[in-house]
Design a protein around this ligand. Structure first.
Ligand SMILES: C[S@@+](CC[C@H](N)C(=O)[O-])C[C@H]1O[C@@H](n2cnc3c(N)ncnc32)[C@H](O)[C@@H]1O
Length: 280
């Protein structure tokens, strides 16, 4: 079973799993690009939208703004903890449903748009997940699958070698911890083919660059420190790096060190977010 829990998502998601903090940090960090991605969909006023795998719900008010006053927005997620954070921060006219998106308790043909971000690589049976979501769209309705790159393209701009060693170490860590394969680690590449094979038309892809340089805004520092550096890279990657590389990485990840990466004047971060859209 590759270390995966039976009946759970690929990354071990269950209704009891809670990584709400990381989700909120990511959404605050990537808000400008995520909002641009939603704007690029040019929703019709009054559109009926489902956020499948809505997590802590940051995209729900953005979708609601895009759908206008007569629009309908529903968030669906498996996790109790994620939904309780969402509940506390969404507008009163946005509904939440706790359900497995592969078995949604929703009438077929109910939506004009399904927005689903960074959820594709968490669903255990991707094909039945996509078929279930397809069934919820009206004829002519659209699905917008978003996926941010699991690994950034650039984070240690001043040291390409250490960046390459760290990237290889992170990949190996993910393979060992979650049993992920090479294709699991490059999920965005599968989206276009997946939509076409599942009967979607007019499929297109648009990649947004999430690019930040120093000095960083607080939401950028918080996300990068919390989700990459703190307790993670330096400690978890030790078995996959030489002692010298690990020591250097530990200094770059430590906010108390003079070498802290996020305080360097040459810090330049680049990560992609790919949105693939198809219609019925
Ligand atoms: C990485 S998070 C992304 C959340 C949100 N879309 C965002 O961009 O912040 C993946 C979400 O999918 C949910 N999830 C995983 N498997 C699911 C399933 N089978 N049905 C519904 N939600 C699921 C998880 O609980 C989690 O909230």
């Amino acid at each position: 079973m590759n270390g995966r829990e039976s009946g759970s998502g690929l990354l071990g998601d269950t209704k009891d799993r809670d990584y709400a903090r990381q989700l909120s940090l990511f959404n605050r960090f990537a808000a400008p690009e995520l909002r641009r991605a939603i704007a690029s969909l040019d929703l019709e006023p009054g559109a009926r939208c489902l956020d499948a795998g809505c997590g802590t719900g940051e995209a729900l008010p953005w979708l609601r703004d895009a759908a206008g006053a007569n629009g309908t927005v529903i968030g669906m997620d498996l996790s109790t903890a994620h939904l309780s954070v969402a509940r506390a921060q969404i507008p009163a006219d946005v509904a939440l449903i706790q359900a497995d998106l592969t078995k949604p308790p929703i009438q077929p043909g109910s939506f004009d748009l399904i927005w689903s971000v960074n959820t594709i690589n968490h669903v255990c049976d991707l094909h039945s997940g996509l078929a279930a979501l397809r069934n919820l769209l009206r004829p002519g309705g659209r699905i917008a699958w978003g996926q941010s790159a699991l690994l950034a393209d650039m984070y240690f701009a001043w040291d390409a070698r250490l960046e390459r060693m760290t990237t290889a170490a992170v990949r190996q860590y993910y393979r060992d911890k979650y049993g992920l394969t090479e294709s699991d680690l490059t999920a965005a590449r599968a989206l276009v083919g997946m939509l076409r094979r599942n009967g979607f038309k007019d499929v297109y892809a648009r990649t947004f660059a999430i690019e930040r340089v120093s000095p960083l805004a607080s939401e950028d520092r918080d996300y990068l420190f919390d989700t990459l550096f703190r307790d993670k890279w330096a400690a978890r990657l030790q078995p996959y790096l030489s002692d010298a590389d690990h020591a250097q990485l530990a200094l770059l990840c430590n906010p108390d060190s003079a070498s802290y990466a996020l305080s360097r004047p040459d810090f330049h971060f680049l990560q992609t977010f790919t949105l693939v859209v198809g219609s019925l």
